[in-house]
Design a protein around this ligand. Structure first.
Ligand code: ADP
Ligand code: ZN
Length: 721
């Protein structure tokens, strides 16, 4: 007799081609097997579907799955059928003939899962019908729709209150990706769950990199982000329908295959656009919050928010649509304070009881954007979870951390001094021009051209200066006054006159190149040969999907194609070892894939069936490798900036490498990294009897030398320079 566990893993392997359950899936499955009510809260991509699909196969009778959208039902049923699982859906889109076919299938006793809408499941006649078929349990997907506290309340879900009475003897299992305790409590009370087991997974999505930008020229920023993802799928969220249309049109002009999606478009158009995206005919969907729930696409590689979302729940939910397949993906938030004001106005006009809560949520969202705290940590904290790691390595704050600090403080000081010197004329743009040393008339002809701040940041980009000014306003070190937005000292400046809390986020920044490469490697096979094969396999997947009129991800995930391109199976037995290939898929189209692999291998005279598994994450370049690479570049006399550029490392890190290099190579001449004059002044400052701290030397030099230059000089002095 097989044990329950071996039975379970056998089912998983046979139908899904997976080797193991993810954490908590086992607990959730146990509830469904033992008829214990449950609430399962896992993030998007956490693998909730498996929690009810696997036990449905293992139990007698039919599991009823409540789903809010026809498109969701269809994708899940298609995916189950592709795995050889008998599943059906009953919805308003079926023809009479289709309905009759489903009825016959249900009566045959072979169907294990039946997907229905909430409104259908509460109809007495329907209840009678399914009770007669024998129900194993009821799973309620997207269960947060039952709660007013959720971000997607649906009245038809409220009707599910009667479910318990309709099916007194079967267990109810609720599934959601919404993590707030209120929603969870609402689900339990609305469904009158009996002593439910509440299973809550971690909400961290380690494969997502979060980045926050202040909005400048939106189209340029979005273009830059998307150009790092050529050919990949992505979502761009906008606040209003008009924003959607504008941005979508601009992206199309730039040659992107982008389509719009918002509630003001007709159902037909929306459906068509969504399908085009599902089938990879369009790469980009530009949408309002209306877009999302009906989408199961697992290979969305980036999500851009072109405006501030209304709440962290929305943000988490929408960014969660990236990287459901577990591969590295990016989430960019491009926001401006104006978004906050816009939402605030809308909320204040609504005058509903919920407005104060909505406003508080909006404020939390703005805080999230402004605060330079690890994004993973901030999101988890919002949902009441603690993040254990000191740095995530996957957010702008942690990745660009070293660029903040001293550099930010000195720039902030320069900007604030300048605004004070200009006084009543210090509008943001004018201040920026003065700092940049603009030759424009309105600057040259004013007394601002005589100020000591004039040109103080002349080696910086104007857009960068402008972004820094905005960030100082955001962080309340400066405020804008009156109708001309004159910059004045902000409240935070009184608390923190030394500016020690100032943090600047990157202005417009490409994903650091090394990470970018890693991401690409993770998303696609490691070697060029595998990549070529991957493309061929992808084309085959496309044609099989088209033949069956289903989205490509229903046939096989990118993860499976990766694994296949690496293992190159040329026998069915070997193919079954590939991730995500269950028996049905092996039988159905295994031969087609094997043929492509065989031809590919023969043409190149390479062996198939390579047993080497693709590493899930390519090894990072080690610190030591980085040091060695930096030393070579410094030996070639490259500047700090150039080395930063080449290695994609922050100046402070490269500064450290430089100091080490000078030490190790016993160099005593600071050129080209610092001038002799600076060296002499550093020597003087040290001899002057200060405390020897970098900060004191920096102050003694009045900011004429950077920290890096000071470190270089100190190292040279130690070497006898
Ligand atoms: P959710 O419904 O929670 O958003 P899904 O059920 O769609 O998540 O699962 C996300 C992805 O993870 C799917 O591609 C699914 O096949 C895959 N997956 C789920 N569980 C496992 C597992 N145990 N092993 C491998 N892949 C899994
Ligand atoms: Zn972080």
């Amino acid at each position: 007799m097989p044990t329950a566990d071996s039975n379970l893993l056998g089912t998983l392997r046979q139908y899904w081609g997976y080797d193991a359950l993810r954490p908590l899936q086992g607990d959730a499955i146990a509830c469904a097997l033992d008829s214990r009510d449950s609430v399962v809260v896992l993030p998007t991509g956490g693998g909730k579907s498996l929690c009810f699909q696997v036990p449905a196969l293992m139990r007698d009778g039919i599991a009823i799955v409540v789903s809010p959208l026809i498109s969701l039902m269809k994708d899940q049923v298609d995916a189950l059928k592709a795995n050889g699982v008998r599943a059906e859906a009953i919805h308003s889109g079926l023809t009479l003939a289709e309905k009759q076919a489903v009825d016959r299938a249900l009566r045959s006793g072979e169907v294990k899962l039946l997907y229905v809408s909430p409104e259908r499941l509460v109809q007495p006649a329907f209840i009678e019908y399914v009770r007669g078929l024998g129900v194993s349990f009821v799973a309620i997907d997207e269960a947060h729709c039952i709660s007013h506290w959720g971000h997607d309340f649906r009245p038809e879900y409220r009707q599910l209150r009667t479910l318990r009475d309709a099916f007194p003897e079967v267990a109810l299992h609720a599934f959601t990706a919404t993590a707030t305790p209120q929603v969870r409590d609402d689900i339990v009370s609305e469904l009158t769950l009996r002593d439910p087991k509440v299973i809550v997974g971690s909400f961290d999505r380690p494969n997502l990199t979060y980045r926050v930008l202040q909005r400048g020229s939106l189209i340029d920023q979005v273009d830059e982000i998307i150009s790092n993802h050529s050919g990949e799928s992505g979502l761009v969220y906008c606040i209003s329908r008009k924003n959607v249309e504008d941005l979508c049109a601009k992206l199309q002009v730039k040659g992107y295959r982008a389509l719009g999606y918002h509630a003001g478009m007709g159902d037909e158009v929306r459906k068509r656009n969504q399908e085009a995206f599902s089938r990879d005919e369009a790469n980009i969907i530009v949408a309002t919050v209306a877009f999302g729930m009906g989408i199961d696409k697992s290979n969305v590689r980036y999500v851009i928010h072109a405006g501030l979302p209304k709440s962290i729940e929305h943000y988490q939910q929408e960014t969660g649509r990236a990287g459901r397949d577990g591969l590295e993906s990016e989430c960019w938030l491009v926001y401006s304070n104006a978004d906050f004001m816009l939402w605030k106005n809308i909320l204040e006009k609504e005058e509903s009881d919920a407005a104060p809560i909505a406003l508080a949520k909006l404020e939390d969202m703005l805080q999230f954007a402004r605060r330079m705290q690890c994004r993973h940590k901030s999101i988890l904290a919002y949902f009441g979870e603690t993040y254990a790691k000191p740095r995530c390595g996957a957010c702008d704050v942690c990745l660009d951390v070293s660029e903040a600090d001293e550099h930010s403080i000195s720039i902030a000081r320069t900007i604030i001094d300048c605004a004070r010197q200009i006084g009543d004329y210090a509008g943001p743009k004018f201040t920026m021009q003065v700092l940049a040393g603009s030759r424009e008339d309105r600057v040259l002809s004013s007394r601002a051209a005589q100020l000591s701040s004039y040109g103080a940041l002349q080696d910086q980009d104007e857009a960068a200066i402008r972004a820094w000014i905005d960030q100082l306003v955001d962080q309340e070190y400066l405020v804008k006054r009156g109708q001309y937005n004159v910059l004045a000292d902000g409240p935070r400046l009184t608390e923190d006159p030394k500016l020690s809390g100032v943090r600047f986020s990157a202005v417009v920044k490409r994903a650091p190149r090394e990470r970018e490469r890693e991401r690409k490697l993770a998303a696609k096979p490691a070697s060029p040969v595998d990549l070529k094969l991957f493309e061929k396999l992808r084309a085959l997947r496309r044609s099989i999907a088209d033949e069956r009129s289903v989205p490509a991800f229903v046939i096989l995930s990118d993860v499976s194609l990766n694994d296949m391109a690496a293992k190159k199976p040329v026998t069915l037995a070997a193919l079954r070892q590939v991730h995500g290939i269950g028996e049905r898929k092996a039988e159905d189209f295994g031969a087609q894939f094997i043929q492509v692999i065989q031809e590919f291998c023969e043409a190149r005279d390479i062996e198939g069936d390579t047993q080497v598994a693709l590493p899930t994450k390519p090894a990072r370049r080690s610190k030591q490798d980085m040091r060695d690479a930096a030393a070579k570049l410094f030996a070639a006399r490259l500047s700090v900036e150039e080395v930063c550029e080449q290695l994609q490392r922050a100046p402070s890190t490269v500064g450290e490498y430089l100091a080490e290099y000078i030490e190790a190579a016993n160099i005593s001449d600071p050129e080209p990294w610092a001038g002799i004059e600076i060296l002499e002044r550093v020597r003087f400052a040290v001899n002057e009897g200060g405390d020897g701290r970098l900060k004191s030397i920096f102050d003694a030099l009045n900011g004429d030398a950077s920290y890096i230059q000071i470190r270089v000089c100190l190292a040279c002095i130690r070497n006898g320079g």
